[in-house]
Design a binder for this molecule. Structure first.
Ligand code: PRP
Ligand code: URA
Length: 210
């Protein structure tokens, strides 16, 4: 897998939060809070190279030239689990537009089925794809194809845990999409779950049984 493709966010706070997310005893309300906090750390890293433009303002004492992010951002969570990451992005970038992609993996074939898609204008804008689990990569590959067909200025993917299989699938299908994750785990099991992983993210976020 190409070194430029995956950025591991190894800030101590990100690792600390991830360990609690992995803990099977972490209940949904805490899991949601930890997800929000971890997403902030991931998104700050994912947006580190966003272009900025000069902007003049007057301080109470004198004029100064600062910088601003001139191009609109669009956040796109993959339903359901990506929703747990959304609030951190809307809090951090209040001007962000939000689109939604609903995908569900078939438990047997592991292929994603699309059940909802509502995307704002993406042409010329910077898109952030949010999905905490990059497992086979089927969902991310499909969502990325849909986003890229609408001509964004850039697309970055933010996830919590990536599997080598998913990173490889993205690298093959969309080599220009950088991925930001708190961990690259070992492998997938036969049911397509990431090992060691943290289980079913959507179920743990929303307190539903698999
Ligand atoms: C999970 C997860 C990802 C997807 C990753 O969603 O949230 O979207 O699986 O797997 P992949 O890389 O093999 O495609 P799931 O389909 O379980 O839906 P949910 O979020 O609604 O629970
Ligand atoms: N989706 C999840 O929620 N967890 C996994 O381990 C794999 C896919």
């Amino acid at each position: 897998m190409g070194p430029a493709m995956l950025t591991m966010v190894d800030h101590p706070l990100a690792q600390h939060l991830l360990t609690s997310l992995r803990d099977r005893d972490t209940p949904p309300p805490v899991f949601r809070t930890l997800t929000r906090r971890l997403t902030l750390a991931l998104v700050l890293e994912a947006t580190r190279d966003l272009p900025t433009a000069p902007r003049k303002v007057d301080t109470p004492l004198e004029p100064v030239e600062g910088r601003e992010i001139p191009t609109p951002l669009v956040a796109i969570p993959i339903l359901r689990a990506g929703l747990g990451m959304l609030e951190a992005v809307t809090d951090t970038f209040p001007g962000v537009a939000v689109g939604y992609i609903g995908l569900e993996r078939d438990e047997r074939t592991l292929q994603p089925t699309s059940y909802y898609e509502k995307l704002p204008n993406l042409a010329g804008n910077h898109a952030l794809l949010l999905d905490p689990m990059l497992a086979t990569g089927g969902s991310a590959v499909r969502a990325s194809a849909s986003i890229l067909s609408r001509g964004p200025a850039s697309l970055r993917m933010v996830c919590v845990v990536a599997a080598p299989e998913g990173v490889r699938a993205m690298e093959e299908a969309h080599p220009d999409v950088p991925i930001f994750a708190a961990a690259l785990d070992r492998e997938l099991n036969q049911r397509g779950y990431i090992l060691p992983g943290l289980g079913d993210f959507g179920d743990r976020l929303y307190g539903t049984e698999p």
